[in-house]
Design a protein around this ligand. Structure first.
Ligand SMILES: Cc1cc2nc3c(=O)[nH]c(=O)nc-3n(C[C@H](O)[C@H](O)[C@H](O)COP(=O)(O)O)c2cc1C
Length: 205
């Protein structure tokens, strides 16, 4: 069979929508570390349900009022976003560890941090890109989950991940490698990429 031709012999299977769908198949997501101020210190938690919200400088992530990340972001009105590469994937996972009985998260010590520049909280050292956000809006009520939306008030990136100049986009991605979270429970580093076949009259820039 031609690889581009869908196999019409494969029957579609109906999925039950009364229970969550998202572990029945893989989907591609980013993986970021959301940083918040917590007490006299800070919290970091990995999130894969996270993205820019629209064309302007808003960034959002899905959280839950049960998570300290949500409560910290609401209390202090800010959060940071650190975009790790694969070198930090183990440490990023450890930031999701359960808290001890005293509510501490000792595994956070494996993530080197430096203070955020504008908002309260920290950035994770060694990442590719950083956003600092002020909470713009929190939308509760998606079952146990909520959408936390921030306005980006500061951003910084490693110089070699920025587009422009002489650098070819495909070469840049091959050299840098973007971390993708393949929900549920896998990850990949994306290095091979292709120009999207846009219609002649459409630009994404
Ligand atoms: C790979 C991975 C992705 C995650 N993505 C999310 C997410 O998108 N939204 C969410 O609410 N929790 C997500 N979690 C769980 C959070 O990290 C969770 O906030 C954290 O474990 C709870 O810590 P906290 O109470 O300090 O916020 C994810 C965990 C892992 C390991």
């Amino acid at each position: 069979m031609d690889a581009a031709t869908p196999d019409s012999r494969l029957e579609l299977v109906s999925l039950q929508v009364e229970t969550p769908l998202w572990t029945r198949f893989f989907s591609v997501a980013p993986l970021v570390l959301i940083g918040t101020k917590e007490g006299d210190g800070y919290d970091l938690a990995p999130k894969h349900m996270a993205m820019p919200l629209g064309w302007e400088n808003f960034y959002c992530f899905v959280c839950s009022p049960r998570h300290a990340t949500y409560r910290n972001a609401v209390e202090h009105g800010s959060f940071t976003v650190s975009f790790p590469s694969e070198e930090l994937v183990v440490q990023a996972g450890l930031a999701a560890s359960r808290r001890l009985s005293d509510a501490s998260k000792p595994n956070l010590s494996v993530l080197p941090t430096s203070p955020a520049r504008i908002v309260e909280g920290v950035l994770v050292e060694g990442c590719l890109l950083y956003l600092e956000c002020e909470v713009e809006q929190v939308v509760d009520g998606f079952g146990a989950n909520s959408l936390v939306v921030g306005r980006v008030v500061a951003a910084a990136a490693r110089e070699d991940v920025l587009r422009g100049g002489e650098t070819d986009d495909a070469d840049l991605l091959e050299r840098v490698g973007l971390l993708a979270y393949l929900h549920p429970g896998r990850f990949a580093t994306v290095r091979e990429s292709f120009a999207f076949p846009l219609p002649a009259d459409l630009s994404v820039e």
